[in-house]
Design a protein around this ligand. Structure first.
Ligand SMILES: NC(=O)C1=CN([C@@H]2O[C@H](COP(=O)(O)OP(=O)(O)OC[C@H]3O[C@@H](n4cnc5c(N)ncnc54)[C@H](O)[C@@H]3O)[C@@H](O)[C@H]2O)C=CC1
Ligand SMILES: NCC(=O)COP(=O)(O)O
Length: 330
């Protein structure tokens, strides 16, 4: 069964990386692209890539050598090949690509989902109401009206960083740190590390929110009043946890290397360390969903789109990790 790759923002680097990987790298897991076939052909020609675009009726259709299979979701919308220039008209295609890909994974026609980067601002101006893929995918995976709690994890080998809150302004993070959020996040991380990464009893570190993890309640009380009690309760249920630990020293390599994952309290607390050490290799994984979803760690890189420059290593790692996670699960 192929992987489903949503093409992402057409003005961005995502389509280039998909095309370059298909043309230049052998031995990748089989995949099909969800997006606009005519746009993919135009971007391929711009990049001088010798690859035919083959429109598929269904993802399992055989794709001849020298071709890349595309499930065309353009539905009459002309997606322009203009690197670096967003176009509101393309937004429905970008969104539909994700929706169709999720549906094909959920219905067993594809093994897992890999998303190329979207430009959040471009989608917001076209009326998209989800902060990012992570929250949108959770909504698409709702069952009986229940939306699963999605957990973002950035992973490179044993370095796995999880922001407990995701795409939210910093000034409301503190209000969102609740015992329920800490509990749910730890439970999902531990379960998915076991089921999808083979870490039988994951050892997880949890960061504090405030400098020095609150310094005993003198520089903030979330650690004392919320995070520590939640961790104590979870330890009582058998989870192997350290923390709350000061966020500034937790990512010192000898420290994080002794854990299977580090849970941070907010987006940048988790993502800055991993992007600093592994920007071109780390993968964004969504935990807590009934499907496997990965993505490169970077965004749309408008300055590189359409140039053939830029690294495809994170996208390649996302494809390989999606394949290995879905094999482990099946
Ligand atoms: N999964 C997703 O859909 C993601 C989407 N984004 C979105 O992407 C847009 C742009 O975000 P930025 O913060 O500018 O981040 P960005 O990752 O697009 O770019 C940051 C810097 O990294 C460089 N860069 C990015 N990818 C690269 C690659 N493959 N090889 C070499 N250099 C690369 C860019 O040229 C730029 O200098 C935003 O709308 C953001 O929300 C950001 C991260 C993930
Ligand atoms: N910085 C990571 C990021 O913004 C990716 O978000 P998502 O689109 O995967 O939810």
């Amino acid at each position: 069964m192929p992987l489903a790759i949503s093409m992402g923002e057409p003005a961005g680097i995502g389509p280039d990386l998909i095309l370059r990987l298909a043309a230049e790298v052998t031995g990748l897991p089989e995949f099909v692209v969800y997006g606009a076939a005519s746009f993919m052909a135009a971007r391929s020609a711009r990049l001088g890539i010798n690859l035919q675009i083959r429109t598929l009726d269904w993802p399992g259709e055989p794709v001849p050598e020298g071709c890349i299979g595309v499930i065309d979701v353009a539905d009459g919308i002309a997606v322009a090949d203009r690197p670096g220039e967003t176009d509101t008209a393309a937004a429905p295609v970008v969104v539909r690509a994700i929706e169709r890909a999720v549906s094909d994974v959920r219905e067993g026609r594809c093994s897992a989902l890999v998303t190329a980067p979207i430009h959040k601002g471009a989608l917001y101006s076209a009326g998209f109401t989800y902060p990012g893929h992570t929250e949108f995918l959770a909504a698409l995976c709702a069952e009986n009206g229940r939306i699963p709690h999605p957990v973002m994890m950035l992973a490179h080998e044993r370095f796995r960083a999880v922001p407990a809150t995701i795409h939210v302004p910093l000034h409301i993070v503190s209000k969102l740190i609740t015992e329920e959020l800490i509990t749910q996040t730890v439970q999902i991380v531990a379960k998915d590390l076991r089921d999808r990464f083979g870490a039988e009893r994951a050892r997880i570190a949890v960061a504090g929110l405030n400098p020095h993890a609150g310094e005993g309640g003198t520089i903030g009380v979330e650690e004392r009043d919320i995070i520590a009690p939640a961790l104590d309760r979870l330890r009582g249920q058998g989870f192997d946890l350290a923390g709350p630990l000061p966020g500034d020293t937790l990512f010192h390599p000898p420290h994080w290397q002794s854990y299977d994952a580090v849970i941070a309290m907010y987006h940048d607390q988790a993502l800055i360390p991993i992007k600093t050490v592994a920007f071109d290799k780390a993968v964004n994984v969504t935990l807590g969903l009934p499907i496997v979803r990965t993505s490169p760690d970077h965004g749309t890189a408008f300055n590189l789109a359409g140039t053939g420059q830029g690294s495809y290593e994170s996208m390649k790692a996302a494809i390989e990790l999606a394949a290995s996670m879905s094999e482990r699960r099946n």
